[in-house]
Design a binder for this molecule. Sequence first.
Ligand SMILES: Cc1cc2nc3c(=O)[nH]c(=O)nc-3n(C[C@H](O)[C@H](O)[C@H](O)COP(=O)(O)OP(=O)(O)OC[C@H]3O[C@@H](n4cnc5c(N)ncnc54)[C@H](O)[C@@H]3O)c2cc1C
Length: 548
Amino acid sequence: MANSVDVPVAIVGAGPVGLAAALELDRFGVPYQIYEEDEGLSTKPKAGTILPRSLEIFGLEGALDGILREGLRFDEVHFIDRPSDKVLTRMLMSPMADETRYPFIVNLPQSDLERSLMDALVNNGRTVQFQHKLEAMVQDQDGCRLQFSTPRGRVDVRARYIFACDGGKSTVRHFCNIPMEGVTHPERFLVADFEVDLDRRVGRQLTYLSYIFDPEEWVIFVRQPSFWRFLIPVPEGAPEPTREDVVTKVRRVVKNESLPIRFLDMGIYHVHHRTAARWQDGRVFLLGDAAHLITPVGGLGMNTGIQDANNLAWKVSWVLQHGAHEDLLATYDRERAPIARFNARNQAERNRDVMRMKSPLKRIARNVLLGWMDRSEGLQWRAAHARSLLGTSYKPAGPPPGLLDGLSAVRRFTRPPITAGDRVPDGKIWGPDGRAHWLHDLVKPGFVALLFVDPRSRPSIDPDPDGLMTYIVHRFDAPTETGLRSRSLMDPGGSLAKKLGVPSDHFVLVRPDGHVAAIAPFVKSSDVAEAYKRFTGVSEAIPEAHII
Ligand SMILES: Cc1cc2nc3c(=O)[nH]c(=O)nc-3n(C[C@H](O)[C@H](O)[C@H](O)COP(=O)(O)OP(=O)(O)OC[C@H]3O[C@@H](n4cnc5c(N)ncnc54)[C@H](O)[C@@H]3O)c2cc1C
């Protein structure tokens, strides 16, 4: 007889996205089970670049210590023209120092990252159900029934919601009949790992992530803690390079024909550029590679998937635990699918096009533009904001603006004010206990409203509904007799208000994933609670667009 299990959420797949989704559910205390067909975590290094936004998310999930201890941090990416051997531009992460606690990229093989995520899960008293292969799935009005095969026989699971984190060949997606839209390129990628001294034994020092442009054969070098990774294209119909070919290519690119190299591993990958036609099917949600396949050129596939988990988990928690309307769940597809398409097309694909540009005229224009970017404070900020994924914004109007949109790119740079959908920048704020706190830590348990009013005016605020915490942010603490002292956040010099660009007598409602739900004037005592209820649908259906 089959074993039977009943859970609110079943996660299928324990890759990086399934593990991150589990940690996100732990953040909100949502019970779940995570099922993985393999005997243990993957040992393939695959993804190696963890971007600042993912670091922020792992930080809130309590999974960052091992990642920072074992990974290689760096704050500069190089774009090099191979024919002229010139650095065309540097992309610096330092302009993000006022935005995040983590203004750097971390290189760490995916297998080591997964181990750190697993350690955090174990720390939370959780475990993965390994050797559980999903074989069948049906949905009804109240939930889904899943059937897993295991070495000990069949296991039946009933779950209210399914998180499909089962990778590019997703079985769940197949059961839901959801097609993948997009293309698979005829060109493939070769990824080879070496032990080699590229820090001292080559003419120029390579940064830990270097893109080398070449119309004939572009190259990417990625430095991992104990090896170097080398990516090159394999043109359609070309024979697969041998180990010797690859070693020769590396030596040629770094211009050292006798460079000692110890070959570790290599693989050839197809380059997909596809997203699922739908990300939700009833009670089933697609996350990570199950929802999007992005070329590895930009190091975005896994990083995009981590944000999927961050976007979905709190919504499920609010429906299951805080009485939010189920319509809130439909915003997952609406918010995340355009971002994945943007990351695939405007970041990863554009990167690939720029690296292999053939037309000499276009290459001249590209090089001039990149040289300009190197010198422009505004463009550097925009590039870092977009590339770090700190610029991810769930605007009703669609994905973030292009690099060159807006004159701030050329004028002396000031940070644009936040608007609904943006990720709120992190920063220090002094709490009622007198100590400095990070703004993002305040949203760890739920929604936060930041009320930019002068507490000396004795503002009247309705009691917070379940799931919301309201704070007053100002240069002056609330006097004790106002009863607001315990909600006072001290903002010396009004620097947080300036950074966010929020006018006084307004409030900012921040979601548990750190994105802005609403910015609105604070006129009457019920304004904040009403905005929260309207956004989550706790008392009524969620409106089509965000409140601004
Ligand atoms: C060479 C290379 C380099 C890359 N570099 C980067 C990078 O630098 N940065 C980046 O962001 N991305 C990168 N990527 C992409 C990244 O590896 C993927 O986006 C990432 O692995 C997706 O994670 P996932 O959890 O969605 O899926 P997966 O990692 O594929 O995990 C899916 C899991 O589901 C399990 N599963 C599948 N079917 C079932 C079933 N029926 N029942 C139970 N379990 C099942 C699988 O065993 C697996 O463990 C790279 C990819 C490659 C190939």
